[in-house]
Ligand binder design. Structure first.
Ligand SMILES: [Zn+2]
Length: 586
């Protein structure tokens, strides 16, 4: 048993006091702080927030030898009683995967807070919190009888996000499983603001959760008790999944937009579905998780792409949005995909494998050299779903099968397992799916969309195309993006160049570029790089496709109409959805 005490009584200092206590098993004990948190594939070096680490045993200080920036070793006497470790963690970074504490609330991502003690990873960890008066803590762990909580292992402990403050939770159930919803809203109010605008929020969330269960072919969620934490900020968007909880961040400004509430329900669906897909139905490379170095996971496209695709269908299938909304949302994704040149450079498998160094470290050139495994993963998920439907099956059916064969028993899956599961229902996918994963050519999107009576309609721009986007930065007009193989790149423009004038006309706003551009003859573009003014020859191209819209075909057959109806309803295809009882005996 490891005892963990977190002291949050002085939130204005943003310093969390941490005390760990453990009875040593041997004369040497190694301590390590995780470098990252699952679901967010970036080495974050949480140790940069740790200070003042001390170790004591029987009242005597024990010397600590630092082995790496985030690990230490101490020598102790196993018969002298427990080792007490104490340190502070600065909580000043507000995100779903870092710690933040001020006078209004505390949010703790425990991967950033609790040291992993050698030999104790699978031991129970008991958690105690000390809070300012009037605050309560929301902790997705079983409560113990001493006012604290108990995690069965280090893994369960650091999969536990903690939100604390004077917040009022809302309780509801999905199946017979208790759920809690807690909103922290900064200065401008949280739950009150939200519920005044969206009185049906909780029942809508409940419907989305139920629809997720149906999708997975079960009557209740995988978790025994689930916590939603919402950080309602002025701006922001994101979420992080856990076994028994999720932390969402969403901007008030987004809620005010026409599609804002629908997109929020999609975010809820996405993170809730992760309690199956990626948390319990998990890639073998993350079974178990190494918290101290990156793991190359070739199947992140399945974890995130499938989830991103289905999250748009779930609110619709729950009766909370319309088919027209779905065409709009899916059309935006397909448009973004088709306008990402990097999809012809980086394959979907490589994108998954390179998450740590590319997707999470995107820069101005990323769109030309890489493709997000969320985005292309969702495109491939759409193609998989529609392909399976040609053979009387569906993506939901394969998800349910994988849940039964791997998720429920905690068996990590390999890429080969996924291919086999898809090919079981549709033999052609045994070669087609690997081609989509390895190749950089587009799947036959038009052919699949035709099955359900849809097509992608290109919309042309109205002005010549320079392959250049501009932004105002510190009073200057600066090249924000330069398309690979585009006119601006050929002219010699680089991201970060100051753009001064085109054809003798001073440019001051991004929109002024299009007003002066001509495609019929080269023009002189004046830029400034490292204080040197350079004249470049820019030959713009005729207007290019600006975006694609997903629309219905002019005429749709009854067969296409029925296929569309079944697809949008997340119909399982072959046979009915198995009941929980049937699954229990499967
Ligand atoms: Zn996700």
């Amino acid at each position: 048993m490891v005892e963990v005490q977190l002291d949050c009584r002085d939130p204005q200092r943003h310093l969390v006091g941490v005390r760990l206590s453990v009875a040593p098993r041997q004369e040497r004990l190694r301590l390590r702080l995780p470098a990252w948190t699952p679901g967010s594939y970036l080495i974050r070096d949480y140790v940069r927030h740790l200070e003042g680490l001390q170790a004591h045993q029987g009242g005597l200080a024990l010397p600590l030898e630092r082995l790496t920036p985030a690990s230490w070793e101490l020598v102790c006497n196993p018969t002298e009683g427990p080792i007490e470790l104490s340190y502070g963690v600065m909580a000043t970074e507000l995100s779903v995967r870092t710690c933040h504490m001020d006078a209004q609330h505390a949010f703790l991502a425990l991967a950033a807070v609790v040291l992993e003690l050698e030999g104790e990873r699978w031991s129970p960890h008991r958690l105690q919190l000390t809070l300012p008066s009037g605050w309560q803590a929301f902790v997705p762990l079983p409560a113990d009888d001493q006012g604290g909580w108990c995690a069965r292992s280090f893994d369960q402990l650091i999969d536990t996000p903690i939100e604390a403050g004077p917040h009022q939770p809302i309780a509801f159930a999905v199946g017979d499983i208790p759920h809690r919803w807690v909103t922290w809203g900064g200065c401008a109010g949280g739950a009150d603001w939200l519920l005044a605008r969206f009185p049906s929020l909780i029942s809508d969330v409940q419907q989305v959760c139920l629809r997720c269960c149906q999708l997975m072919g079960v009557e209740r969620p995988a978790s025994d008790g689930y916590l939603f934490v919402l950080h309602l900020l002025d701006e922001g968007y994101g979420g992080l999944e856990h076994d028994d909880s999720t932390v969402l961040v969403y901007g008030r400004q987004r809620f005010e937009q026409p599609q804002g509430y629908r997109r929020f329900l999609q975010l809820v669906a996405h993170e809730y579905l992760h309690q199956w897909n990626v948390r319990r139905l998990r890639p073998q490379e993350l079974s178990p998780i190494d918290y101290h170095q990156p793991a190359v996971v070739p199947t992140l496209w399945f974890a995130e792409g499938i989830t991103s695709y289905v999250d748009q269908l779930l609110p619709l299938a729950a009766g909370l949005s319309s088919a027209a909304d779905l065409l709009l949302d899916l059309g935006e994704d397909l448009s973004r995909y088709k306008l990402t040149p990097g999809r012809h450079v980086q394959s979907l498998r490589t994108s998954s494998q390179e998450a740590w160094v590319k997707l999470y470290k995107a820069d101005a050139y990323s769109a030309d050299s890489q493709v997000s495994y969320y985005l292309k993963g969702a495109v491939v998920a759409l193609c998989l779903d529609l392909h399976l439907r040609r053979d009387g099956a569906s993506l939901p059916l394969v998800l349910q099968q994988l849940w039964r064969s791997h998720g429920r028993c905690g068996r990590g899956y390999s890429e080969a397992d996924l291919i086999q599961a898809f090919a079981h229902h549709s033999p052609a996918l045994a070669t087609q799916l690997p081609a989509w994963l390895e190749g950089v050519d587009d799947p036959d999107l038009d052919g699949y969309l035709f099955d359900v009576g849809l097509r992608l309609e290109p919309e042309m721009g109205s002005t010549p195309w320079a392959g250049l986007s501009l932004q105002r930065k510190e009073g200057s007009l600066v090249a924000q993006r330069v398309w690979r193989d585009g006119p601006a790149e050929r002219a010699g423009v680089m991201v970060g160049d100051e753009v001064l004038a085109l054809e003798g006309q001073r440019l001051r706003q991004p929109a002024e570029l299009a007003e002066v551009l001509q495609a019929d003859a080269p023009q002189t573009l004046l830029i400034c790089r490292r204080s040197q003014v350079l004249p470049l020859r820019l030959q713009a191209q005729p207007p290019a496709v600006e975006r694609y819209r997903l629309v219905e075909q002019a005429s749709i057959s009854a067969e296409q109409r029925e296929a569309q109806r079944r697809w949008l309803a997340l119909d399982h295809g072959r046979g009915a959805s198995p009941t929980a009882e049937a699954l229990a005996t499967a």
